[in-house]
Design a protein around this ligand. Structure first.
Ligand SMILES: NC(=[NH2+])NCCC[C@H](N)C(=O)O
Length: 377
């Protein structure tokens, strides 16, 4: 954990939230104690490898042999830090020679590093007692779900605490052409079977339909997000603040189309392609109506330019501990910023963490956290 992320842990501690140790520690312990987890990880690395995608079977075999000789500690590092195709990293063996000579020089890495693992929000969501491990849209993040799968499947506590992994991506239609992708930053579970999800650069319609067909939600509300890097996930423009409120980046509040997506069944009760029902483009009005809460509050900066500045600094990307405790980046405009809006009339207590060393990664506090278990209400 670096100094910047340990600040998030400190604030969560202060708000009484326990934090799991880092992914690397969890994975290392699992790989030390389970051979099965180890071979599953190796199998996954090979499946996701460019050698596999390009049908380079001799190289794939050599990579397999090389991985079989790695210790659990080395494997943990290999999947997180990545393995460059160099003698330095590969050492000397017959397999190394094959890998060095057959790898196309455009692929610097045999196993790509995972610099975005910091954004723990995106790889999975736990909703009630279900674990959804997402399918990333960005190829550089392809090994994150693999690693998370191993953790939820084999961790002594997480695999035995009543959580069930849902294979949501299997629910696709044979006519679907695109691979279903969903990233957790687009997913906001509002409780009571209501799912709010962004259809974005990263989360596609096929993914949303596959998730709807899992039949686990009674209402799926979709917000169409402009496909631009600065709005990469729903949580960069809108995050839930308990039952009473959301943060919302005002300049987009009346331009994003909202749908509800409903399952449809044939006479034989087979699940057909879900139906998309439009509710217009006014986010505030529509959410108040669909959530049956005319008093729903939307926190934002006081004017458009300040909202734009705050959005670029990921301050709408808040993590909520309970209805009145929220954490976001420090540095908000004291007069017109979103933090002033949230703390007005003591509506919320806002924990602030310095953004230096974190904002550069392109995400906020919500992106870097993910709840495994919630306090009973
Ligand atoms: N939930 C989020 N908004 N995550 C932000 C992820 C940022 C990361 N650099 C990416 O591009 O994937």
């Amino acid at each position: 954990m670096n100094i910047s992320t340990s600040k998030i842990k400190d604030i969560l501690d202060e708000f009484g939230v326990g934090v799991y140790s880092e992914c690397a520690d969890l994975l290392r312990q699992i790989l030390i104690s389970s051979d099965q987890a180890r071979s599953q990880l190796i199998h996954g690395i090979l499946t996701n490898s460019h050698f596999n995608h390009n049908n380079q079977s001799q190289s794939l075999l050599a990579l397999h042999q090389w991985l079989l000789h790695r210790t659990p500690e080395q494997l943990t590092e290999d999947i997180i830090v990545g393995v460059a195709c160099s003698q330095d990293e590969l050492g000397t063996s017959d397999y190394t020679q094959i890998l060095l000579t057959t790898n196309n020089s455009t692929n610097e890495y045999l196993i790509p590093p995972l610099p975005n693992l910091l954004f723990m929000r995106d790889g999975f969501s736990i909703i009630d007692n279900h674990v959804f491990i997402w399918q990333m849209n960005k190829p550089t993040r392809i090994n994150e779900p693999l690693l998370l799968h191993i953790i939820f499947q084999y961790h002594p506590h997480l695999s035995n605490c009543g959580l069930e992994i849902i294979e949501w991506q299997k629910n696709i239609d044979e006519n679907d052409k695109e691979i279903p992708t969903i990233e957790g930053g687009d997913v906001a579970y509002l409780g009571d079977g209501i799912l709010l999800i962004g259809c974005s650069e990263r989360t596609n319609r096929t993914g949303i339909e596959a998730l709807t067909r899992a039949g686990l939600f009674h209402q799926v509300i979709v917000i169409m997000i402009p496909p631009e890097r600065c709005y990469m996930h729903l949580d960069t423009i809108l995050s839930s603040v308990g039952k009473h409120a959301f943060t919302l980046h005002g300049p987009l509040a009346e331009t994003m189309q909202i749908y509800t997506v409903e399952n449809q069944y044939s006479h034989q009760k087979t699940c057909l392609k879900p139906k998309w029902i439009s509710h217009g483009c006014n986010v505030r009005q529509t959410l108040r109506k669909l959530l049956n809460n005319p008093d729903l509050i939307f926190y934002d900066a006081k004017d458009e330019q300040t909202s734009i500045d705050e959005q670029r600094q990921c301050r709408h990307n808040v993590v909520v501990i309970d209805d009145c405790h929220v954490v976001t980046y420090a540095g908000s405009d004291a007069d017109k910023g979103i933090v002033t809006c949230m703390t007005h009339n003591n509506m919320c207590r806002v924990g602030l963490i310095p953004f230096e060393g974190l904002l550069e990664g392109g995400g906020g506090v919500h992106c870097m956290t993910n709840a495994v278990r919630r306090r009973p209400k």
